[in-house]
Design a binder for this molecule. Structure first.
Ligand code: ARG
Length: 471
């Protein structure tokens, strides 16, 4: 393959930096520190895609000629190939992925490469690339979350009749179906998906063509590049466009919340897996050992998930802090946006993958779940409700009467379900024998028929509806 020789004056330009005519000596320390290429090289596909759309538009608007357009596209395709095959040299001196590709284009096609940057700045280029990347990544997260929801639904289908105690303040509260408990997380992940989907609206506004900050004197067609790149409309104010990183914080906030949900699930599992609770078993796949205590099987992957949330919150706060008080329009401060987004994305993606492994590798200790329901008088509310329904008590009177019965049980070391009719009648002579049924956990759960409640019927309906949504 022959590479045309660039003219020597122009090749000098790319040998150093394009601004070398004005800036003779820049600090090599800052060249190294100020370069973003180590992380923004990840945008090479989007950069090339956007450049191709840009030159096609320039040609269509007769700003560049057919030959130049084709040469540039040929060169860009070749560079993509070189990068994929790891043949491209990323050099800190090129500052960022945009300069790196432009320089290589010059080596391949010569001075005509210089046309590619007509009516464009790196300021609009970089956010076009980043938005394209984030659209793709957002959809990837949504897909992974769909898998999580499907896994939870699978667990829930098997555990509709697995009864556990639900907690408030981590104290035994009322009986719930384990299925209902797990499906709570499907709701959280559905909201996460909605948040990520909502972000797509802003992400799909095309920044390309606003140039450095003012727009351009060239007769460009921003609608053309909008369509070509799969955006929905061009952004409407050039100054806002190059300054705006709201879409970055939206992503980071969504990632933070999603990660927080994962962290809460992890913490539940850690508690349930502890020797004190012993409500779930974790398969060997999702535990690690201790270097000193041979007996240990620790829930490290869950702790990993809980811990990573801190890092993702940090990403959100980094970005918010960088933006606070930053005047319009572009500043170098903004360059770190990509590093922050990539880190948050990688961590969130890994977290969802690990969580999905956890969801496929644990089982329920039903016996212990049943044991735990026997502590803490978890049918007390059912009993109070019974007094209201059967004896037309005001709820507060029923509550107090129930509390007295609990005091009696506690004093006599009895569970509610061990009470005899006679014992209950000592507190309220009008009580009938059917009162004893309220202590049956199945009856308790069945009775929670209000919309969104834990009744078996509701759960079955909800599972059907989630499955429909996920199809
Ligand atoms: N590497 C830069 C960034 O990521 C690209 C934009 C540079 N623009 C500029 N005027 N220095 O922010």
């Amino acid at each position: 393959r022959s590479t045309p020789k660039p003219s020597s004056a122009a090749s000098d330009v790319y040998k150093r930096q394009v601004w070398n005519t004005r800036i003779k000596k820049s600090s090599s320390l800052f060249q190294k520190l100020g370069s973003s290429i180590s992380f923004d090289k990840r945008l090479f596909r989007e950069d090339i895609q956007a450049s191709i759309a840009h030159v096609e538009m320039l040609f269509k608007k007769k700003i560049i000629n057919f030959k130049v357009k084709n040469k540039i596209i040929f060169g860009l395709n070749r560079i993509r190939n070189e990068i994929v095959k790891k043949k491209h040299k990323f050099d800190n001196k090129d500052e960022d992925i945009h300069m790196s590709i432009e320089k290589r284009l010059f080596e391949i096609i010569g001075e005509d490469a210089g046309y590619v940057h007509t009516a464009r700045s790196r300021n609009d280029q970089v956010i076009t690339d980043l938005k394209l990347w984030m659209i793709k990544s957002t959809n990837e997260i949504i897909k992974l979350l769909n898998i999580s929801s499907k896994l939870i639904i699978k667990i829930s289908e098997k555990n509709i009749h697995t009864i556990m105690t639900g907690f408030t303040h981590l104290k035994n509260a009322q009986a719930v179906s384990f299925s209902h408990y797990m499906l709570a997380y499907v709701e959280m992940f559905s909201r996460d998906k909605i948040r990520f989907k909502n972000n797509l609206k802003n992400l799909k506004e095309n920044p390309l063509g606003v140039a450095a900050l003012t727009g351009t004197s060239f007769d460009i067609d921003r609608n053309y590049t909008t369509k070509k790149l799969g955006f929905t409309n061009p952004t409407r104010n050039s100054i806002d466009t190059v300054s705006d990183r709201d879409f970055v914080t939206d992503f980071l906030y969504s990632a933070s919340l999603c990660s927080m949900h994962i962290s809460r699930l992890s913490e539940e599992f850690i508690i349930w897996n502890s020797d004190a609770y012993n409500l779930i078993y974790l398969n060997d796949k999702i535990v690690t050992g201790s270097s000193i205590m041979p007996q240990k099987k620790n829930p490290d992957p869950l702790e990993y998930l809980r811990g990573k949330t801190g890092g993702i919150y940090g990403n959100l706060f980094s970005m918010l802090t960088i933006l606070k008080g930053l005047p319009l329009s572009y500043f170098k401060d903004l360059q770190d946006d990509k590093k922050i987004v990539f880190e948050a994305f990688d961590n969130l993606k890994n977290c969802i993958l690990v969580m999905n492994e956890v969801l496929s590798n644990f089982s329920v200790n039903k016996k212990q779940m049943t044991n735990l329901t026997k502590q803490g008088f978890i049918t007390a509310t059912d009993l109070a409700d019974y007094f209201v329904k059967q004896l037309r008590y005001p709820f507060r009177k029923a509550y107090i009467l129930t509390a007295k019965i609990i005091n009696f049980c506690e004093k006599n070391k009895k569970n509610l379900q061990d009470l005899t009719l006679k014992e209950v009648q000592k507190f309220e002579p009008n009580i009938k024998a059917d009162v004893l049924k309220v202590f049956d956990l199945n009856v308790s759960i069945k009775s929670k028929k209000s919309f969104g409640g834990t009744s078996f019927e509701n759960i079955k309906k909800m599972i059907k509806s989630y499955k429909r949504d996920l199809k």
